[in-house]
Write a protein that binds this ligand. Structure first.
Ligand SMILES: Nc1ncnc2c1ncn2[C@@H]1O[C@H](COP(=O)(O)OP(=O)(O)O)[C@@H](O)[C@H]1O
Ligand SMILES: [Mg+2]
Length: 246
């Protein structure tokens, strides 16, 4: 169970007018229990989706309140939480660190497979599961964007997390690769929390959170949540067209 209790996230931000730094709220106080197998998070750019996603594995810590995963506190037990919660970024290049796929997945396996030869073998098995067996020794930069996203997913899933948090994992992909990643994620046994701009993908979730201006403004079944988000965005678009502040 993922639990957010009265979580408030603030940050220091430079004053655009050149004055002293000021405190800005990234996420207003929020309490949530997430135990559905598939949770989607949707919302406008800059609304706070990544902040919410990053709270779940301690990449962002609450300024007040607390986040726990299976009872482990992200602030106190960060390393243990990160073993439970895998995180995949939008841009796979942000998390692929090794020159070849087999080395990158092997890096994830160093804790569970201390023997180097066994580790490389296990890494190849993981890559095969993700359709990347033939690419195992190819330089990472020669892979397509879609293949790199699969590799990033493979490297995270190799650690066998209980929960997978995905922050817009398909935003940079074309439709074909998006379908490949969506299918793969759909077949996972892990609990998945996915930030997405793909409203069709959100439509398949068990629960959808709509984030706006640092608040969860709707929380419920996909159809209603997507409708709420569309209405919100249509209203904002007409304010932008009218030239009024958004
Ligand atoms: N560390 C930070 N310091 C100051 N402002 C931040 C920080 N992280 C994010 N923000 C701001 O907080 C808002 C929400 O960011 P984010 O959670 O990344 O939104 P989203 O993922 O929905 O685009 C944005 O306006 C962003 O610029
Ligand atoms: Mg984001």
């Amino acid at each position: 169970m993922i639990a957010l209790d009265a979580v408030h996230v603030t940050a220091w931000s430079p004053d655009p007018a050149g004055g002293a730094d000021r405190v800005v709220t990234l996420l207003h106080p929020l309490s949530l229990r997430l135990d559905e197998p598939r949770v989607a998070v949707i919302g406008a750019n800059g609304s706070g989706k990544s902040t919410l996603a990053r709270l779940l594995n301690g990449l962002v810590l609450p300024s007040s309140g607390r986040v726990t995963v299976d009872g482990l506190d992200t602030a106190r037990d960060g390393a243990a939480v990160r073993r439970l919660v895998g995180f995949v970024f939008t841009d796979p290049d942000a998390q692929i660190v090794m020159p070849t796929p087999v080395e990158d997945v092997a890096l994830s396996l160093r804790r569970t497979h201390p023997d180097a030869r066994e580790r490389a073998q296990a890494a190849r098995a993981v890559l095969a599961r993700f359709g990347l067996a033939a690419r195992a020794d190819q330089p990472v930069h020669s892979l397509s964007g879609g293949q790199r996203q699969l590799l990033a997913l493979a490297a995270v899933l190799a650690t066998e997390p209980r929960v997978l948090v995905l922050d817009e994992p398909t935003t940079l992909l074309d439709l074909a690769w998006r379908a490949v990643v969506d299918d793969l994620v759909a077949g996972l046994e892990q609990q998945v929390v996915e930030v997405t701009h793909d409203l069709d993908a959100a439509g398949h979730a068990d629960r959808v959170l709509v984030v706006d201006e640092g608040r969860v403004v709707h929380d419920g079944a996909p159809d209603e949540a997507v409708r709420h988000y569309r209405t919100l965005m249509a209203a904002r678009a007409s304010r932008v067209r009218d030239g009024s502040p958004s």
